[in-house]
Design a protein around this ligand. Structure first.
Ligand SMILES: Cc1cc2nc3c(=O)[nH]c(=O)nc-3n(C[C@H](O)[C@H](O)[C@H](O)COP(=O)(O)O)c2cc1C
Length: 181
């Protein structure tokens, strides 16, 4: 069984999840920027940070790739918003539909993890985006905020880390299940 873990991470939370998953499964983890060959893989696990709904590196990595029969794709998003809220999951899934062909998405197993944010470490551009977003969100009454936006307001300007490695457990089970089918 040949498998690979790919990750798209700007500030490290997704990379840490990928490395932990790699440590627990023995599957090598590499950044999507290294553009490894995927065609001979039985299982591809892609973890990507959420940036304005998009999954970092995902479209670039899988754009020119077509899933072969028997090949397994596991997609894992890492974002600030709580994926335990159904509304967030719906938003993430809607944005995945914009990034991947339906044929590929239908065959993928999806998982959503929670990362974090540290405003001191954000790039100038990202800080400016978050500021604009925050200012516009503050004008919306709290009861009309989406769960995703509430998470952004609550953590604005701060350092917050919701990383939880135990949330990798169902992903490990999914991967290991694949070894015995
Ligand atoms: C410019 C910007 C846009 C973001 N957009 C989203 C988003 O749409 N949904 C979400 O849940 N988190 C969003 N986040 C939070 C990141 O997904 C979160 O910080 C994640 O842990 C980043 O992963 P990384 O550290 O691996 O880069 C955004 C963060 C930044 C800086």
């Amino acid at each position: 069984m040949k498998a690979i873990i790919l990750y798209g991470s700007r500030y490290g939370s997704t990379r840490r999840y990928a490395e932990e998953l790699s440590g627990q499964t023995g599957i090598p983890a590499v950044s999507y920027q290294q553009a490894p060959e995927l065609s001979g893989m039985d299982t591809i696990i892609y973890l990507g940070g959420l940036y304005a709904g998009g999954v970092l590196g995902l479209a670039k990595t899988l754009r020119s790739f077509s899933l072969q029969d028997g090949q397994k794709l596991i997609l894992v998003t890492v974002g600030l918003a709580d994926p335990g809220e159904p509304e967030n999951q719906n938003n993430i899934r809607a944005s995945l539909q914009r990034q991947l062909p339906a044929k590929m998405l239908d065959r993928a197993k999806l998982f959503h993890l929670r990362g974090g944010i540290d405003y001191q470490k954000l790039s100038f551009g990202h800080r400016a985006i978050m500021k604009l977003l925050y200012q516009s969100l503050r004008r919306t009454p709290p009861e009309k905020q989406t769960a995703e936006n509430r998470a952004l307001i609550e953590t604005y300007g701060r350092q917050a880390d919701f990383t939880d490695f135990s949330a990798l457990e169902p992903i490990i089970q999914e991967i290991e299940g694949g070894f015995y089918v």
